[in-house]
Design a protein around this ligand. Structure first.
Ligand code: NAI
Length: 386
């Protein structure tokens, strides 16, 4: 298949996540960056777009200009990635979906549950793909964990323990740093800081691997750094719809922890443990047996692992390659639609608009429970409660 034309919104020079998208989208030659509105400063965005090789007339200064420019073209971009700050996701994703583009939206997908439900409906109505960038689900061994659970290696899952705890906002003297301050300001960040930023990755990964969705939760949310209006640490207890119990810790004051995303899954017949900072090894302990290390790249694991794995065993892969797996899934989903066939089941793993909505409902449930001293609350979006 010829490379698909791809557009990027946000992800400008110096942004945190832009480079990982550009690496991920290009890695397999499946997408080519043809259009962009990369920066909130129009001229800086245009100039950076041109430096990245985007043609003069498609290096836009603003996403609305890009929408108008692209929708009129016969060779318009097929997929648009939205990598702007959170509060802009709903408006931008909505506009591009409504105009018939496929969209990959950064997390959190929206700021409110209502906006999330709106995007789920719109994606269903338009028949366009709306995926959410839970990019860590692209790691081959995360996909293998999911396959092991699905094929019954663990038996029924009893317990999932997920963490996303780092220490990058631990410095109280950083209170006035503009890159940190907005994250704890409800006017800009919404009802949650750390859970909405990082906790939802851990929660989504627990659901992705166990195949179970959260129904109820109880949260202890705390601002450890005095003066913060939103939490920088949360401990969340969860109950999943398949009967599993969940424990989730997320923090931004855990000094010494760097990225800090981990998942452990304990079933009737075995336990799994994975850490994002050592993504190429998975620990597996069968009931009554020894703990084993499963290496990414080994033969005979699962079709999901094999499709996502690119480099031979013993050579490190990494986060941009995990993102590339989501882009490969997107290319496969687009090709399958064009050809009127079902996608390869090993590629049919894209985090969906429904997943983005479930995360948003969980964010609001955590905020509500935290404000009510840990009361148990319904964590499901209203549209999925019946
Ligand atoms: P950032 O602040 O480093 O960069 C944001 C970029 O968007 C900048 O280049 C800025 O100029 C541009 N921008 C802002 N408003 C814009 C607009 N209206 N139109 C076009 N460009 C605009 O932010 P960062 O950390 O890259 O985060 C962006 C998004 O990605 C956030 O939603 C964040 O939650 C998400 N993210 C996701 C990660 C993941 O693992 N999936 C990891 C890090 C961030």
């Amino acid at each position: 298949m010829a490379p698909l034309a791809w557009g990027l919104i946000g992800g400008g020079e110096g942004s945190q996540i832009g480079p990982a998208h550009r690496l991920g989208a290009r890695l397999d030659g499946l997408f080519r960056l043809e259009a962009g509105a990369l920066d909130h400063r129009a001229e800086a965005g245009r100039a950076y777009g041109r430096r990245l090789g985007i043609a003069e007339d498609r290096a836009y200064g603003d996403w609305r200009e890009m929408l108008e420019g692209e929708r009129a073209r016969a060779d318009r971009v097929e997929l648009v990635t939205v990598a702007t700050p959170n509060s802009t996701h709903h408006e931008i994703a909505r506009a591009f979906l409504a105009a018939g583009f496929h969209v990959l939206c950064e997390k959190p997908m929206t700021m409110t549950v209502e906006e999330g439900e709106d995007l789920v409906r719109l994606a269903r109505d338009t028949g366009r793909i709306l995926a959410v960038n839970y990019g860590y689900t692209g790691y081959p061994l995360v996909r293998h964990m999911r396959a092991m659970v699905a094929r019954g290696d663990l038996g029924a899952v009893r317990l999932a323990v997920a963490e996303f705890a780092h220490g990058h906002h631990a410095d109280a003297a950083d209170m006035d740093n503009p890159r940190v301050r907005w994250r704890y300001d409800p006017a800009q960040a919404g009802v949650s800081a750390q859970f909405a930023d990082c906790g939802i990755h851990a929660l989504h990964m627990a659901s992705f691997v166990t195949g179970q969705e959260v129904e109820r939760l109880s949260a202890d949310t705390v601002a450890c750094v005095p003066g913060r209006a939103l939490e920088d640490d949360a401990q969340v207890n969860l109950r999943f719809d398949g009967g599993a119990v969940g424990r989730l810790w997320t923090s931004s004051v855990a000094l010494g922890r760097q990225h800090g995303l981990t998942l452990q899954v304990f079933g009737e017949r075995g336990g799994l443990a994975w850490a994002q900072e050592r993504p190429d090894q998975l620990r597996w302990t069968p009931l009554g047996g020894r703990t084993q290390t499963i290496e990414r790249g080994e033969a005979g694991l699962s079709p999901e692992h094999d499709r996502a794995c690119r480099v031979t065993v013993g050579h490190a892969e990494g986060m941009p390659l995990a993102f590339a797996n989501l882009y490969a899934d997107l290319a496969e989903a687009i090709a399958a639609r064009r050809e009127g066939r079902a996608p390869d089941p090993a590629a049919d793993l894209l985090p969906s608009a429904e997943d983005g909505l479930r995360s948003m409902a969980a964010v609001h449930a955590v905020a509500e429970s935290g404000a009510r001293e840990g009361a148990w609350v319904d964590a499901r979006p209203p549209m999925f409660r019946s």
